[in-house]
Write a protein that binds this ligand. Sequence first.
Ligand SMILES: Cc1cc2nc3c(=O)[nH]c(=O)nc-3n(C[C@H](O)[C@H](O)[C@H](O)COP(=O)(O)OP(=O)(O)OC[C@H]3O[C@@H](n4cnc5c(N)ncnc54)[C@H](O)[C@@H]3O)c2cc1C
Length: 116
Amino acid sequence: MVEEVRGAGRLSAVVLRDLGSGEAREMAVDGVFAKIGYRPDTEWLRGVVGLTETGYIKTDLLLRTDRPGVFAAGDVRDPTGRHPQTITAAAEGALAALAVEDYLKLGEAGDDPAVQ
Ligand SMILES: Cc1cc2nc3c(=O)[nH]c(=O)nc-3n(C[C@H](O)[C@H](O)[C@H](O)COP(=O)(O)OP(=O)(O)OC[C@H]3O[C@@H](n4cnc5c(N)ncnc54)[C@H](O)[C@@H]3O)c2cc1C
């Protein structure tokens, strides 16, 4: 992690700490982009669908939550193994919409592509 930014009037280096070993080292840099991170606004869903410890909605690969008939797509989904990009969010939205259509037509069996 970046522990410190250094420079006299102008940025010249950052101090990086290895969280595994605890060791710190200085790295010369010309610029820094700060990524502040995200916190999904899903507290209202706690107890409704399964969430990760950090509040993302858990789904399977068919975008099903653990509540039948409820699907999730996009950045609000558990980020493990997915890339948070507009194109992946839009694609997941399309897939989830198709899964909803199948669910409405076929019930829970509609979640299973092998059934169609
Ligand atoms: C700084 C930054 C730069 C990025 N640059 C790129 C890039 O260059 N290329 C790229 O592909 N991706 C980029 N991304 C990622 C991209 O923006 C996201 O992956 C994408 O927007 C996710 O789409 P989404 O529909 O899942 O979520 P969002 O776009 O976050 O949409 C969710 C919407 O739901 C609304 N909402 C939230 N809670 C509720 C509620 N309770 N009721 C009703 N509405 C609600 C929110 O207000 C929001 O409008 C960037 C993201 C950030 C933050």
